[in-house]
Design a protein around this ligand. Structure first.
Ligand SMILES: *Cc1c(COP(=O)(O)O)cnc(C)c1O
Length: 381
């Protein structure tokens, strides 16, 4: 008999972002620009000197110091790992588990839910308000009803694009015995951060990544910022030598190219605004404002049809046609100016060819206010 997956995992569907071949890939929120040539040269030199026959620095001392310097926090507040996904997994291994519920406000980054489930942490999903924010009242109601041990925020939120509202995060932080996780994967585009607060508070974990603005998702590197009162506890659960020497060095060298990173962010931000204006000017779709490097939009026509039409023009965007809370939506990552222009002309071509009459019944496509109520839903997923 073939091996059977752990029974509680069979209903999980994995990470749904099909890696379909396409000329223009605007589906996974990567930077369209690699780091500058100087970064590759420095990395090559470092590789030549790397003692590959030895295990890497188990405590990632030099990388922690470099991150601490960049963030203006003490090194003991920093924990680097293989992308922010490993940070989230490590946090859940240490502070989640059976009997400790994690709460996520949907729609949001589905990996928070997925990783929690794989490490046997019960998850409750609570719908965001119609404006996609959470708000202090919903946090209070959720805590009163469900008493979670861990609460996830995403600042700015993927896939909706806006910053988390401060009253919601503050309401969560005021509950001293609940761990509050703020995922800042797109923090470089936003400009505000909970990082300094994470060092002062004893219940806040901020996750950041090199996968988006820094442009090195291939190297799998992210870091956590939190209070030295508990960051050392993570050593109980991560694998020994969890972070390879090459990634450690790549992270350190990245900080020699901060200006180039900021220039990429500036270009992408102005391209995002150009894309937003072009989408907002159309009457056949609704687009949400964004403080990140992607835009969520809902066409009047069937989103699945539009998604396929764009793919036929060589353009791959993220398909959320059947994602609860953002039904019939697509998400486009900001690319290079040429890629964005190609996206806009393909969009215009496909939309003029499809009939708006193909709109699905069952929801009102006319306004963002049609996104369901903010009632607490306490299904166990
Ligand atoms: C892309 C993304 C990440 C990145 O994960 P890595 O493991 O660091 O590559 C984390 N959180 C959110 C919300 C994201 O969109």
């Amino acid at each position: 008999m073939p091996l059977q997956l752990r029974s509680d995992l069979t209903a999980l569907t994995g990470y749904h972002s099909p890696q379909v071949a396409a000329d223009v890939r605007l589906n996974t929120n990567e930077s369209p620009y690699p780091p500058p040539p100087g970064f590759f040269e420095a990395l090559q030199r470092a590789l030549h000197e790397m003692p590959l026959h030895r295990y890497p620095d188990r405590h990632t001392v030099r990388l922690r110091e470099a991150i601490a310097h960049h963030e203006g926090v003490p090194p003991a507040s920093v924990f680097p790992a293989n992308g922010s996904n490993e940070i989230i997994q490590t946090l859940l291994l240490a502070f989640g588990g059976p009997g400790r519920t994690a709460c996520v406000f949907t729609p949001s980054y589905t990996m928070h839910t997925h990783i929690a489930q794989t490490v046997l942490t019960p998850v409750v999903e609570v719908k965001r308000r119609a404006d996609f924010l959470v708000g202090g009242d919903l946090v209070a109601a959720t805590v009163a009803k469900l008493a979670p041990s861990i609460m996830f925020f995403c600042h700015p939120n993927n896939p909706t694009g806006l910053a988390e509202d401060e009253p919601a995060v503050r309401a969560a932080l005021d509950l001293d015995d609940m761990l509050v996780v703020v995922d800042e994967a797109y923090g470089e585009f936003l400009g505000t951060s909970w990082a300094q607060e994470a060092v002062r508070r004893e219940n806040l974990a901020v996750c950041r990544t090199f996968s988006k603005a820094w442009g090195i998702p291939a190297l799998r590197l992210g870091y956590l910022l939190g209070s030295p009162a508990w960051t050392g506890l993570l050593d109980q659960v991560h694998l020994p030598y969890h972070l390879n020497a090459f990634s450690q060095v790549a992270g350190m060298l990245s900080f020699d190219f901060v200006d180039e990173m900021r220039a990429r962010v500036a270009t992408l931000t102005s391209e995002r605004d150009r894309l937003y204006d072009a989408l907002a000017a159309r009457s056949d779709l609704t687009v949400w404002p964004s403080l990140s490097n992607f835009l969520l939009f809902r066409p009047v026509c069937d989103a699945e049809t539009l998604w396929r039409g764009l793919l036929e023009h060589g353009i791959l965007v993220r398909n959320f046609a059947s994602r609860p809370g953002i039904e019939n939506c697509l998400r486009v990552t900001v690319g290079t100016p040429a890629e964005n222009s190609r996206f806009l002309s393909a969009l215009a071509a496909v939309l003029s060819a499809v009939k708006p009459a193909t709109a699905k019944p069952g929801f009102d496509v006319s306004s963002p206010d049609s996104l369901g109520s903010s009632a607490v839903c306490d299904e166990q997923l």
